[in-house]
Design a protein around this ligand. Structure first.
Ligand SMILES: [Zn+2]
Length: 96
């Protein structure tokens, strides 16, 4: 089965890739996006989507991630609890 990731969502929205999509969303909230990645998060497949749960305290958000970019940025909290740094994504076995 084809698994939808963040890049697929970006393409549906007419954008080149997931990173562009996330940058646009974060800019609307005036959240910075900092790199390089600080920390990591494990992705999972749920209902055909490649997701990662935000590990930051008190958030509980989950976001699509790109299997190419392997970068996590939560659009629920803007990674405020991680000083706005992205996190590295560890892909599940079948997606890596
Ligand atoms: Zn979050």
């Amino acid at each position: 089965m084809e698994i939808t990731d963040l890049d697929d969502l970006a393409h549906v929205r007419g954008m080149n890739d997931g990173r562009t999509f996330v940058a646009a969303q974060a800019a609307r909230q005036r959240w910075p996006i900092r790199r390089p990645a600080q920390g990591s998060v494990r992705a999972r497949v749920e209902l055909g989507r490649l997701l990662a749960d935000c590990p930051l305290p008190g958030c509980g958000g989950a976001e699509l991630v790109s299997r190419v970019d392997k970068e996590f940025y939560c659009l629920a909290c803007g990674m405020a609890g991680n000083d706005h740094y992205v996190m590295a994504v560890e892909l599940p076995e079948e997606e890596s």
